[in-house]
Design a protein around this ligand. Sequence first.
Ligand code: SF4
Ligand code: SF4
Length: 93
Amino acid sequence: MKSIQDLNRLSPEKRKEAIADMRSKCACPSCPTYTECAAERKETTFCFYGKSLDCINREISCKCPKCPVHEEYGFRKKYYCTKGGESTAPKRL
Ligand code: SF4
Ligand code: SF4
């Protein structure tokens, strides 16, 4: 399992690549809770970036526990889009 501390130690270039990888694996766009508004703004990876600013406010179900990123980084929570990011998540770029 990767750790968030490892991610924070990467060079800016490698860190960017790792974040792009997270975004490509994020299951949010296929989640019933995800909205058109969030899609239009290309919001994803809420575990990392924190909750949706104003596009998602109704929880239907959450795909995070089945997302590869969730397992890869040992995340524990769900509904990041409404509740906010994983507390151990690295800082935004
Ligand atoms: S854990 Fe959830 S918010 Fe994070 S990348 Fe996966 S589906 Fe997206
Ligand atoms: S954070 Fe969870 S509930 Fe929100 S859109 Fe992503 S998978 Fe769905």
